[in-house]
Design a protein around this ligand. Structure first.
Ligand code: GAL
Length: 420
């Protein structure tokens, strides 16, 4: 290249960077705290990032690994206490109100009004996204927790049938054991123990029992005979897990089902994201079926992003853009196809979704009508976070400690339910 060409190129480059800089002046940055680090979760998070970047804003990833989000919440607390909150954080259920009471969340009513969120969300969801009547968070999805994930090939090898009750579950488990296959893939972390517990509670006790015991925290129900049966069944389930379960991450448990090392997993439908990310097809490579005994009920888990108060105007604009995009139909579709959940936005077309998602969407509506749509306690939807943590600890201790009696566990859960 001769000298004058080089100079011309230099001038063009300069002009381009000036243009870019002026465009970037209006662009802001959003730092987003989440715990979506597994295969399917990461794909879903990437979809969110791309959506935001398309609007010209910058995404600053603040991922804190750890299923269920306990570690993420600990990190969030220390960031907010030190006056350095992210723009948005994955916060759900009653915790949204707890954070709003601290006075740190932003009012995003202008976005919600302009985008008509009140009309586009089920009331049970929109109520939870508001504090004193103003939106403080944007919801992304509806996860169903009471699922059983099954490797049909493993069941076939064992000559077992797909269980629909707990008795059938144990029968299938025995057959799988005989065939040398681990019946239930489990990760022994307290939130996974708790996830298993809530599915057993729903399947054994039904939605009314679940509501009384785990939402209203009624002491008589917690110490009553149905809870005894729930805890006995829950403990029996442990006998169908392998000795390497303690500490295992949930997605590694899913991988065991994908590979056929294990026959089944009790987990919310983020597990489907793992099967899909591994290129598996629902209905043939894997099967989703409601957790035993819970076909007519639905434990819901809505992921949402709370928006924190920010000072920088460009960052506030970027934050609002994120809130707006989260509820946009294209994002709701793409994100939920990866995540395993269903769109939270009403009236979405489901034609690109698989049968598990279609069943979930139908059951969400049907169970709501029948009064059997209940909030997941293990995933922060049902009770204040302090109560949830206290009950979760007892449930997990009971799971791990073979010396703790059922009666002891019941009275300890009853005390934990009174945590202030
Ligand atoms: C849940 C969360 C899901 C999923 C799961 C495992 O609490 O709602 O989105 O990511 O944890 O990490």
């Amino acid at each position: 290249m001769n000298r004058s060409n080089t100079r011309r190129l230099g001038a063009i480059t300069l002009a381009c960077s000036a243009l870019l800089a002026s465009a970037a002046a209006g662009a802001g940055e959003v730092e987003v705290l989440h715990w979506w680090t597994s295969g399917g979760e990461a794909k879903a998070a990437a979809a969110l990032k791309l959506t935001l970047q398309k609007g010209g804003h910058r995404w600053k990833d603040f991922a804190v690994a750890g299923g269920g989000g306990d570690s993420a919440m600990t990190v969030l607390k220390s960031r907010v206490v030190s006056g350095n909150a992210p723009s948005a954080a994955q916060i759900k259920g009653p915790s949204l109100q707890e954070w709003a009471r601290e006075g740190v969340l932003a009012n995003i009513d202008d976005v919600a009004k302009a985008e008509k969120w009140d009309e586009l969300l089920p009331k049970i969801v929109s109520d939870g996204m508001k504090y004193k009547g103003n939106y403080i968070a944007a919801p992304v999805n509806v996860h169903r927790v009471n699922w059983l994930w099954v490797n049909p090939e493993a069941l076939k090898k064992a000559g077992a049938k797909l269980p629909t009750t707990w008795d059938e579950f144990f029968a299938a488990g025995d057959a799988l054991k005989k065939a040398g296959i681990i019946p239930l893939a489990h990760g022994g972390q307290n939130w996974q123990d708790f996830t298993t517990f809530e599915s057993v509670a729903l399947g054994i006790g039904g939605a009314e029992f679940y509501k009384k015991a785990l939402v209203q925290l009624d002491a008589a129900t917690i110490t009553g005979p149905q809870m005894t049966q729930v805890l006995e069944t829950f403990k029996k389930v442990k006998g169908y897990t392998d000795k390497n379960a303690p500490g295992r991450d949930w997605n590694l448990a899913t991988a065991m089902v994908i590979k056929g090392e294990a026959g089944m997993q009790l987990m919310g439908d983020w597990a489907k994201g793992e099967f899909i990310a591994a290129g598996k097809t629902p209905g043939t490579d894997f099967v989703c079926t409601p957790a035993p005994g819970s076909a007519k009920a639905f434990t819901f888990n809505v992921d949402s992003f709370a928006m924190f108060k920010l000072k920088d105007a460009a960052n506030v604009a970027a934050q609002k853009e994120l809130a707006k995009e989260i509820m946009a139909p294209n994002f709701q579709e793409l994100f939920n196809l990866y995540k395993g959940s269903i769109p939270v936005r009403l009236g979405m077309k489901m034609d690109k979704f698989d049968d598990c998602a279609k069943a979930s969407a139908k059951d969400f509506v049907d169970t709501a009508k029948a009064g059997a749509l209940v909030p997941s306690i293990a995933h922060g939807m049902a009770v204040p976070s302090a109560v949830e943590g206290a009950i979760k600890d007892v449930v997990s201790q009971f799971w791990n400690d073979d010396k703790m009696s059922v009666a002891d566990a019941q009275s300890r859960i009853a005390s934990a339910a009174k945590t202030k």
